[in-house]
Write a protein that binds this ligand. Structure first.
Ligand code: DHB
Ligand code: FE
Length: 278
């Protein structure tokens, strides 16, 4: 059976793509952010995952407000990026792990989740940039399964449901008849708000408490409803739900191997964590 070898959670900010395109990794503004990924890449080099299940949110590239699934699973053999308006080079296409996609869809339906299945799907910065941070040569030695959660348009998923979704995805991966080593990647957050009166809002104490909770008490965030999470983390800080889903895929106990937290990157508190299931 397939095995989950670890989980990585990271922020995704479009400006990272601009920094990569201009080779600004050593620039004083960017260095504390990019340096955080060095130990994670070292861990990847040692553990060599075969497939990555990427939990992320689309921001209007593949789904717009007229058609907005709560859960969407990529079931395609290939996923491309498309121009999101920055005019920067697009990353090479990703190879889909289609058998695992369909197996996860079956598991989710069995567990009373209702995902949209996408045999064509473009993936935005929330998918491509974390992948480019993990594999800077962009040669993608892994296949992927995109798991896209709506955190853009109301009604937004509850933290409790995201935790259960993670548990269901875990059951799906662990019952997949394969020898593959699967990495879980959750992207988004941490605290940020791009619009309205609180634009620029960042909440470091909350972010740090959330990061601590993922290591020690992972259901901590499920005590909050969506409005409470937005109040604490900002309107777009609700993307921490992708971290919670990814963490739910790792089971009850984990070892935290690495973390980084740097504010701000653009308008966002940039966080990074690496876990192994125990
Ligand atoms: C920013 C952060 C995001 O999560 C995003 O999707 C877009 C922009 C930002 O801070 O600029
Ligand atoms: Fe985002």
């Amino acid at each position: 059976m397939a095995r989950i070898i670890g989980g990585i959670t990271t922020s995704h900010v479009p400006a990272i793509g601009g920094a990569i395109a201009k080779s600004l990794q050593q620039d004083p503004y960017w260095k504390p952010f990019f340096d955080g990924f060095v130990p994670v890449r070292q861990w990847i080099a040692e553990t060599r995952p075969d497939t990555v299940v990427v939990v992320y949110n689309d921001h209007g590239l593949n789904f717009f407000l007229d058609q907005m699934p709560t859960f969407a699973i990529g079931c395609a053999s290939e996923y491309r990026n498309a121009d999101e308006g920055w005019g920067i080079p697009q990353v090479p296409a990703f190879r889909g792990q289609t058998p695992l996609s369909w197996h996860l869809v079956q598991q989710l339906v069995d567990d009373e989740f209702d995902p949209v299945t996408c045999q064509e799907m473009v993936v935005d910065h929330a998918f491509t940039l974390p992948m480019a941070l993990l594999w800077p040569d962009q040669k993608w030695p892994v296949k992927v399964v995109p798991v896209c959660l709506n955190t853009v348009q109301a009604p937004i998923l509850s933290a409790r449901r995201c935790w259960k979704l993670g548990q269901s995805l875990r059951r799906g991966i662990e019952s997949w008849d394969s020898d593959e080593r699967v990495l879980v990647l959750g992207t988004g957050g941490l605290s940020h708000q791009l619009d309205g009166e609180r634009a620029g809002f960042i909440n470091k104490p909350f972010d740090l408490q959330f990061m601590d909770s993922l290591a020690e008490n992972p259901t901590w965030a499920t005590q909050f409803d969506t409005h409470q999470l937005v109040e604490q983390a900002g309107t777009q800080g609700i993307e921490l739900l992708m971290w919670l889903t990814a963490r739910g895929m790792l089971g009850e106990r984990v070892a935290e191997l690495h973390r980084n937290y740097h504010i701000p990157i653009s308008n966002t508190a940039a966080g990074l964590m690496l876990f192994e299931p125990r």
